[in-house]
Ligand binder design. Structure first.
Ligand code: SAH
Length: 354
């Protein structure tokens, strides 16, 4: 595979441009073009000869949108294809305050959560920072006419969640580099405060992230109130206990001053009775956190079942009465396979049938 220009920072692009005997201002043209989601050969301000030389070493376009799915509620889901043929998915959710894009950080995942489709085939490979960033660059370009601003300033995506396929903290260095580039001034420049990183709870990496000094929203997938239940649905729980996760969250708050979030997927007969609500209240009461309840998006390869609406609201009621800040997440994009990894899994299945 060729190298990827989107992996380079602005300063690194400048060094590259100069080393190729081009004028320094070409770096700005190149950076702006890439920020606008263009392939190298589409950047009209650069000479054909220079672009050809770049393309000898670098991918013209590291990722393409292979297919787009439109939900009745406005949500869009994309199947991205990388230069090596690997597929990941992404989702764009349109809210009144802006567009939120859900990005993938790995092809597949090795965490093995029982309810999740991304992990069905294990981890294929990590994505590089530039490959993750490119998901946003392409989607921004698609929607540039829906926002104010021109050229590089036209940014449709205002919020980013690292909740697509993959475990971000299992691809720490590239994810960190991505966070630096997506927040960089002059680029797509998304505020760290508008970025949420979701982890299954890899404790040592949570401490490391807290020390990076990036004020993003840390979200932990909890899904259970005791280690035994948690380990039944999330194998990673065998390595890191809930208590250790909570300590790491407190450290995150101490270092960044930002409250943290928990995701709690409601699974029928597993984690959503009154006793579980009490367990959650015991664990989290008084902590600077918010709980997002998620309805399980049933994955056909898995036997776990979703909780009905009535029980979901009942569970939410218990938490609220117990003094926790909690919301039941609105279900969006269900008609287009909104959950993690489902689209890629069904696509690959179809591919195999062909
Ligand atoms: N690896 C990260 C991010 C991945 S997914 C993590 O574990 O947090 C983002 C969220 O979606 C996680 O909370 C994950 O547990 C949840 N999720 C995955 N598959 C799901 C499904 N089928 N139904 C509901 N939530 C799901």
């Amino acid at each position: 595979m060729k190298k990827i220009l989107q992996d380079l920072s602005y300063a690194e692009l400048e060094t590259l441009v100069l080393s190729m005997g081009e004028k320094k201002f070409r770096a700005k043209q190149l950076y702006d073009g890439l920020t606008q989601g263009k392939a190298i050969t589409q950047i009209t301000s650069l000479s054909k000869a220079f672009k050809e030389r770049l393309c000898e070493e670098y991918e013209d376009a590291p990722v393409k949108i292979k297919e787009t799915f439109y939900s009745a509620d406005g949500t869009e889901k994309y199947l991205f294809e990388y230069a090596d043929g690997n597929l990941v998915e992404g989702v764009l959710m349109k809210y009144k305050y802006g567009y939120t894009q859900c990005v993938s950080t790995q092809v597949g995942c090795r965490m093995g959560c029982k309810f999740c489709a991304s992990t069905l085939g294990g981890l294929i490979r990590n994505l590089t920072a530039g490959e993750i960033l490119s998901q946003i660059l392409l989607v921004n370009a698609l929607h540039k006419n829906e926002v104010a601003g021109q050229g590089a300033q036209a940014r449709a995506v205002t919020n980013v969640v690292l909740m697509g396929s993959g475990e971000p903290l299992d691809n720490y260095d590239e994810v960190l580099k991505f966070l630096r580039s997506v927040t960089a001034e002059g680029g797509v420049c998304i505020s760290a405060r508008n970025i949420s990183l979701s982890t299954c709870g890899i404790v040592p990496k949570m401490y490391r992230l807290a020390d990076e000094g990036i004020p993003l929203n840390l979200t932990v997938s909890l899904h259970a109130t005791d280690d035994e239940t948690r380990a039944r649905v999330m194998p990673v729980a065998k390595a890191y206990k809930i208590n250790e996760i909570l300590k790491a969250c407190d450290y995150y708050f101490k270092k960044t001053g930002r409250r943290y979030y928990f995701e709690y997927t409601l699974i029928e007969g597993e984690n959503c009775d009154e006793e579980h609500a009490k367990g959650l209240i015991n664990l989290l009461k008084g902590k600077p956190c918010h709980v997002n309840l998620i309805r399980l998006n049933e994955v056909k390869e898995r036997s776990l079942r979703a909780t009905g609406d009535k029980d979901a609201y009942r569970f939410l009621g218990f938490l609220e009465k117990g003094g926790l800040s909690a919301t039941l997440r609105r279900q969006i994009g269900v008609d287009i396979g909104g959950a993690c990894g489902q689209l890629r899994a069904s696509y690959m299945e179809e591919d195999r049938r062909v």
